[in-house]
Design a binder for this molecule. Structure first.
Ligand code: SAM
Length: 197
């Protein structure tokens, strides 16, 4: 999948034009445990709506994406108070080791090749401080692509997620979101985890 080309063509069907509804709900209910973190990384941030939601909540935010065009739009939309970083989340040489308190995952995990999922978990561990939080909004059952292609988005399920993450994280909570975009209703799960020492 050529993400940069899609952004150049403005062919971005995944873009909701606002933060993910489950994230809006989470922040509206002002989950105070989230304030234990001061820095948050949003991998695959696209146009940066989720990153901006976290900034407004009071955290120091890094939005990471492969696509310079997406990041340019994000910067135009939301300015420079967010650190916009171009790069591959799977490339651990890119990131300062153990520098982030929380990762917010939303539609990056489902965007990468399923064969790379172990590397995704390795990168998440690399970015986070020990005890750092991983807040994942995972697409368990994405609607089929209009062109009939296999993905992205690539679905997953709880069993796979537990198997992948529990090697280096402790899962503290799993739940269904109380709010979702209509196309994603019943197709998402929120998992909270903590990086093991
Ligand atoms: C399905 S889009 C979702 C974008 C954004 N999270 C949203 O919800 O609008 C996936 C995003 O992840 C980015 N991406 C894909 N693979 C990536 C990787 N390995 N590292 C960083 N970004 C990646 C793409 O450029 C794209 O912006």
């Amino acid at each position: 999948m050529d993400w940069e080309q899609s952004y150049l063509e403005k062919n971005v069907p995944w873009d909701l034009g606002e933060p993910a509804p489950p994230l809006i709900s989470l922040l509206e209910h002002y989950d105070r445990s989230l304030l234990a973190s001061s820095t948050v990384l949003v991998p695959g941030c696209g146009y940066g709506h989720d990153a901006e939601a976290w900034r407004r909540f009071g955290l120091e935010v890094t939005g990471l994406d492969l696509s310079p065009t997406a990041l340019k739009s994000a910067r135009n939309l939301y300015g420079k108070s967010i650190r916009w970083m171009e790069g591959d989340f799977l490339d651990t040489s890119l990131a300062p080791k153990h520098s982030i308190d929380m990762i917010f995952e939303h539609t990056c995990f489902c965007a990468i090749d399923p064969e790379q999922r172990k590397n995704y978990v390795r990168s998440a561990r690399h970015w986070l401080v020990p005890g750092g939080k991983f807040l994942g909004l995972f697409f368990t059952d994405p609607p089929p692509r209009e062109d009939g292609g296999a993905g992205p988005p690539f679905g997953t399920d709880l069993q796979e997620l537990r198997g992948l993450f529990e090697e280096v994280f402790t899962i503290t909570r799993e739940r269904s979101p109380d709010r979702s975009h209509p196309d994603r209703l019943g197709r998402e799960v929120i998992i909270e985890m903590v990086r093991n020492p």
